[in-house]
Unconditional design. Structure first.
Length: 277
């Protein structure tokens, strides 16, 4: 028998809901809400904190896919051990403070945000509980291990993004977008918002790799037959490349983020148009 899932006591769900809130705020250019959400992430999920340790337990089971069974079972065993080392009373107190800050500083509606991995996070929370039977414990653990053996469906399919985000994003850049942001755009956004909890190391690594990829694609793009005929487009492409090169000397701000996302769309359209000719 499964226990009732309390989203507000699911550390990973609250974290992901806050990330979603900050991401939406960035795209809506709502600086005040963005800063409030990021402030809460920084405050409660800093390295070494109780909530960060709890979050890492969830992540270890939720974010690992394409593993062999032995590795998946070892990770599960280690996560359960690490989870037992977290003081439940201390965790409860910190979760209460987190929920209070979210309600007071942002909005209770944060807890209604769509989180793609919600089902997996709810299952993991039950595994961490001491209120389920041994039989249910084994069944749920096997379910989690099975998910770790194959690529996540959430990774295979584009996440659902609110229509409001599309409209805002399109309006900001005055460009056409399909029903979804590009995979690389969403990946960049997630790294950006999450960076406020891990000092931005993973974001910097991803950003450097992505900028390098975009520069290479743009350089190759200048040789596309249709583009070579248009000197103005060649010059504009070169200016974009030069602008990307300056980012290595700048902090990763909203402007840098949005410029890179716009370039991602430009590169995608450039090669789509070339393939359709």
């Amino acid at each position: 028998m499964k226990i009732r899932h309390n989203k507000k006591r699911n550390t990973a769900f609250v974290y992901e809901a806050l990330v979603k809130e900050a991401t939406v705020a960035i795209l809506k250019n709502d600086i005040e809400k963005r800063d409030k959400a990021i402030k809460i992430i920084r405050k409660h999920f800093k390295p070494g904190s109780v909530l960060r340790k709890d979050l890492d337990c969830y992540r270890s089971l939720c974010e690992n896919q394409n593993l062999d069974r032995l590795t998946a079972e070892k990770i599960l065993k280690e996560v359960k051990l690490q989870k037992r080392l977290i003081d439940p009373t201390g965790l409860f107190k910190q979760q209460t403070k987190l929920v209070h800050d979210v309600n007071k500083e942002v909005s209770p509606s944060v807890f209604k945000n769509f989180v793609p991995s919600y089902k997996s996070l709810a299952t993991i929370m039950q595994i961490f509980s001491d209120k389920i039977s041994p039989k249910d414990q084994v069944i749920l653990e096997n379910e989690i291990v099975q998910r770790m053996l194959v690529e996540s469906k959430e990774a295979q399919h584009t996440e659902q993004i609110d229509s409001l985000i599309y409209k805002t994003f399109a309006a900001k850049f005055n460009e056409r977008y399909d029903n979804n942001l590009l995979k690389e755009q969403k990946e960049l956004l997630n790294y950006y918002v999450s960076s406020f909890a891990d000092n931005g190391l993973e974001l910097k690594i991803f950003m450097n790799e992505e900028i390098s990829r975009l520069k290479q694609q743009l350089e190759k793009g200048k040789n596309i037959a249709e583009l070579k005929k248009d000197n103005e487009m060649v010059n504009k492409t070169q200016k974009v490349i030069e602008r990307l090169e300056t980012f290595s000397k700048e902090d990763i701000s909203d402007d840098v983020l949005l410029t890179v996302m716009k370039t991602q769309e430009l590169v995608k359209e450039m090669y789509n148009d070339a393939n359709n000719d």
